[in-house]
Design a protein around this ligand. Structure first.
Ligand code: ATP
Ligand code: MG
Length: 256
């Protein structure tokens, strides 16, 4: 299978602290790839490296046949990489519709974004943006919340809106940073179902950073395990779960 995302020896150094240390992984198109590891293992930093928010040195990241190692974040976004953040980052004054629309700002002319919220002018681009936004909100079952502000939503709904914002541009690669954190078992099941539908119905390739191991081990095709910046195991969920190195890292930790 062709890899959509390839990281080769990716290293991120924060003034002497090696947060990500020579991590290599390959994610085929259409896969769900889990990334687990204890707090501070380097999972979020690895996402930031893929998204272009931190410099990689040394190492190389290729996406969809292009070396993206030196590209700025917006160019990576245009190529089809989107991510969510560990802490939900919705704009409090914006409605759900507006918050999701923000996810199209890489694709829409700047003057549109500034005048966007009156839906004035009704250019073809605006119509399309609105249609895409409604489509993703329908997909996520959020149409009842269209005109609500984030504070009127449950925590789980806020997470779904954040995912909607990442999805509205129909990314090829979706990076999810702990989407299940703080959710109830029923809500985690909804995330599980969503990831599966995204893969089958939209063909989205997903990299999932998550502490809720039951979710990662259930939904992922393969799982990479980071500890102290290093990749200590990689394989099918069952292999990783049984790996003594992985068990050693998780001993004494209560991860769902
Ligand atoms: N901007 C930064 N400057 C300096 N050090 C950082 C920075 N970001 C992260 N670190 C450090 O890099 C290491 C990896 O952090 P990171 O946030 O990637 O871990 P994580 O695996 O996502 O952890 P968690 O599960 O708690 O979210 C930690 O030691 C952290 O303190
Ligand atoms: Mg993190």
């Amino acid at each position: 299978m062709t890899a959509l995302l390839t990281a080769e020896g990716v290293t991120v150094n924060f003034g002497g602290l090696v947060a990500v240390n020579a991590v290599t992984l390959s994610v085929p198109a259409g896969a769900i790839h889990g990334v687990i590891g204890p707090n501070g293992a380097g999972k979020t930093t690895f996402f930031n490296a893929i998204a272009g928010l931190v410099a990689v040195a040394p190492g190389r990241i290729a996406f969809d046949g292009t070396d993206i190692t030196g590209l700025p974040p917006y160019q990576r976004a245009r190529l089809g990489i989107r991510r969510t953040f560990q802490a939900v980052q919705l704009i409090p004054q914006f409605t759900v519709l507006e918050n999701v629309l923000v996810g199209l700002h890489h694709d829409i002319k700047e003057n549109y974004l500034t005048s966007l919220f009156g839906w004035s002018g009704r250019s073809a681009a605006e119509e399309e943006a609105q249609e895409r936004t409604l489509e993703v909100l329908r997909f996520l079952g959020l149409t009842d919340a269209l005109f609500k502000r984030p504070r009127e939503l449950s925590f789980a709904e806020q997470r779904f809106v954040e995912i909607a914002r990442a999805l509205v541009a129909r990314p090829k690669l979706l990076l999810l940073d702990e989407p299940a954190a703080g959710l109830s078992p029923q809500e985690v099941a909804a995330i599980n179902a969503l990831l599966r539908r995204l893969r089958t119905e939209w063909g989205t390739t997903i990299v999932l950073v998550e502490h809720v191991l039951s979710l990662v081990l259930d939904v992922s095709d393969r799982v990479s395990v980071l500890d102290n910046g290093k990749l200590i195991a990689e394989g099918a969920p069952r292999e990783v779960e049984a790996d003594p190195r992985v068990r050693a890292v998780y001993i004494g930790e209560d991860h769902a």
